[in-house]
Design a binder for this molecule. Structure first.
Ligand code: NAD
Ligand code: UGA
Length: 429
């Protein structure tokens, strides 16, 4: 099938590459010329395990191309995916300007029947909005349909998630239109739900808000554990055995970050309000999340006193392991606070330091966790990279001048850390 993907970010790039790998002819189009140049040269532009090799293989085989000529890419395609960004506006509503621009490009290029697929996360009703834009701006009376096909991949495991999704949701105006996507996804042999456009749009927000709710829930439980002398990792484990609850997304920590949970929870609040409905539960999810970092920083201060002039090692910058994405990363809040308080900060992350250097040029960037900890008064684990779990804690302790280890992700067994001579603060234990 001839496929065009508009927007080559985390979602568009991975989706386009995987569709090419499944044997389709895929053109990925973007307005960012530099990005397109680098991608055309086989450079993956983001860190995502397995992406580089798949990208290069499909480029070489000629199934995958990158272009800024959106018109041409749309004209050739039978199915056009919209995978542009949908960031939040200041008032929490979703900014649909990139979606609108993509729909306008499609309208201008429309030359034969096409299925237009919204893969971006968009508020309920956006399918209709896209349809109207194309209808009003098409230059020829050519037919088209708009489908909602939300994306559920996670950064850090995006290729695996795309090849083996838990489900594929297709919101289409008719079975006949849905068949186009059924055919495209058939080789994956995964469960598919065919439904209407509005339900598909809401499935995405409901899923993200639910996962965010699990995280805020376990974080509130962690606070009770801390006060009561219980261990949240044990409590979560005990809860997770119940099939109705499940063990996933019950890891207490610094709260959820990243480009999606915060913005998507904000967006569903706005959708509820638009219909004059209560959004109390969704608002509580964000409120609890917002308290995580101030609470953690308070505990750091309780132990260290003022952090002014103290040397602090920050381990992990990316919003989660296996990505270089810093959008809404907890590290940004922590770094800003440390710098505002006058601390001397050394940071280390296996892949996200280049991006962080642009945001925090005064931080010292180390080549390893040990180097960051050299002469430090305290180390703070912000991202649970595997390599931090495997650190030699005796060596880490020996490098530091004071023994404080603040673990925002509960990656160590407390006895092991204390045996290495650390004063250890983790979450809800
Ligand atoms: P991103 O910001 O990484 O990428 C968006 C891309 O779209 C950029 O390369 C940008 O240059 C391009 N773009 C913007 N306007 C354009 C236009 N008019 N024409 C062509 N290209 C244009 O975004 P992302 O993280 O890939 O997210 C895309 C969408 O997918 C969002 O709605 C997001 O909520 C959703 N989503 C993201 C993830 C994730 O893990 N990142 C997972 C599921 C769903
Ligand atoms: C999340 C969803 O998991 C994807 O299904 C969805 O497609 C995506 O958002 C999206 O819509 O963009 P992602 O943000 O890449 O994916 O990463 P997650 O693994 O979900 O983690 C999000 C945040 O929650 C991270 O900050 C992580 O540290 C935090 N988290 C996650 C916890 O604090 N505890 C947990 O138990 C799990």
């Amino acid at each position: 099938m001839y496929v065009c993907v508009i927007g080559t970010g985390y979602v568009g790039l991975v989706t386009g590459t995987v569709f090419a790998d499944l044997g389709n002819d895929v053109a990925c189009a973007d307005v960012d010329e530099k990005k397109i140049q680098r991608l055309s040269a086989g450079e993956p532009v983001i860190y995502e395990p397995g992406l580089e090799e798949m990208l290069q293989r499909n480029l070489e085989d000629g199934r995958l191309t990158f272009t800024t000529d959106i018109d041409e890419a749309v004209r050739r395609a039978q199915v056009v995916f919209i995978a542009v960004g949908t960031p939040p506006k200041d008032n929490g509503e979703t900014d649909l300007s990139q979606v609108e621009a993509a729909a306008l490009s499609i309208a201008r290029a429309l030359n034969s029947y096409k299925v237009i697929v919204n893969k971006s996360t968009v508020p309920v009703g956006t399918g209709d909005f896209v349809r109207q834009i194309i209808e009003r701006n098409r230059r020829r009376q050519v037919e088209f349909d708009v489908v909602s096909n939300p994306e559920f991949l996670r950064e850090g495991s995006a290729i695996a998630d795309t090849l083996e999704p838990d489900r594929i949701v297709i919101g289409a105006p008719s079975q006949q239109v849905a068949l186009w996507l059924l055919e495209l996804y058939a080789p994956l042999e995964r469960p598919m739900l065919i439904t209407d456009v509005e339900s598909a749009e809401l499935i995405k927000y409901a899923s993200n808000a639910f996962l965010a709710m699990k995280i805020s829930f376990v974080n509130q439980i962690a606070d009770i554990c801390e006060a009561a002398g219980a261990d949240v990792t044990q409590v979560a484990k005990g809860m997770g055995f119940d099939k109705r609850i499940g063990p996933a997304f019950l890891q207490a920590g610094l709260g959820f970050g990243g480009s999606c949970f915060p913005k998507d929870t904000l967006s569903i609040i706005q959708s509820a309000k638009r219909y004059g409905l209560s959004a109390d539960l969704f608002e509580a999810i964000l409120r609890v999340n917002k308290e995580r970092i101030p609470r953690f920083l308070e505990r750091i201060q309780q132990k260290l006193g003022s952090v002014a002039k103290k040397r602090i090692a920050v381990l992990g910058l990316a919003f989660k392991p296996n990505t270089d994405d810093l959008r809404d990363a907890k590290s940004l809040e922590i770094l800003q606070w440390l710098l505002d308080q006058g601390a001397e900060v050394a940071a280390y992350d296996p892949v996200a330091m280049e991006r962080a250097k642009e945001l925090f040029p005064t931080v010292r960037y180390a080549q390893s966790a040990y180097e960051a900890a050299d002469g430090a008064d305290a180390a703070i684990v912000v991202t649970e990279w595997n390599e931090f779990k495997l650190l030699n804690l005796d060596k880490l302790r020996a490098a530091m001048r004071q023994p404080f280890l603040f673990d925002g992700r509960n990656i160590y067994p407390p006895e092991r850390v204390r045996k290495a001579g650390f004063e250890y603060v983790s979450i809800g234990r």
